[in-house]
Each structure stands twice: as structure tokens, then as C-alpha cells.
Design a binder for this molecule. Structure first.
Ligand code: ZN
Ligand code: ZN
Length: 72
């Protein structure tokens, strides 16, 4: 069994509503920058989750969304 992110692997899409203007946000992909800047004083549990960066095309708001990884 393999654990993977359903959004990265096109199994399903996650629709995120912009918290500012209410439009749909676009998935900008797995946020690798987030992983790079991860430091030990920031306690964010990424275990079993994939962090995606979503951006609103209307107002440019950005949102980090945790996608729960699934077993296949
Ligand atoms: Zn992912
Ligand atoms: Zn927006």
C-alpha cells in the first residue's frame, strides 16, 4: 500500500473558496517552498498530509491547504 496525495495524483480535486472574495481558488500545486522553509520552531504537523498552495485569481489571496493523504 502506498500513501499519496489524491490531489497531486489527479484522483480528486479539492475546491477551495477564497476567504476574501468567495471565488474559487486555483491549486498552484504542492508547496515545496513551504517544506524548504520548515524549521523546528514552527510546529506544523505535515505527517500524512500534503500542503497545497491555493491562489485566488480574482484578488490574489493565497491559502495553504492541507490535503489528507490516502492509501491506495
Ligand atoms: Zn498534494
Ligand atoms: Zn479572492
Amino acid at each position: 500500500m502506498e500513501k499519496l496525495c489524491p490531489v497531486c495524483n489527479s484522483i480528486c480535486e479539492k475546491h477551495v473558496i477564497c476567504y476574501k472574495c468567495g471565488n474559487y481558488m486555483e491549486d498552484m500545486g504542492r508547496n515545496s517552498q513551504y517544506y524548504d522553509s520548515y524549521s523546528c520552531d514552527i510546529e506544523i504537523d505535515t505527517n500524512g498530509a500534503c500542503i497545497h498552495l491555493y491562489q485566488c485569481k480574482s484578488c490574489n489571496a493565497e491559502n495553504l491547504v492541507k490535503i489528507q493523504e490516502i492509501f491506495i
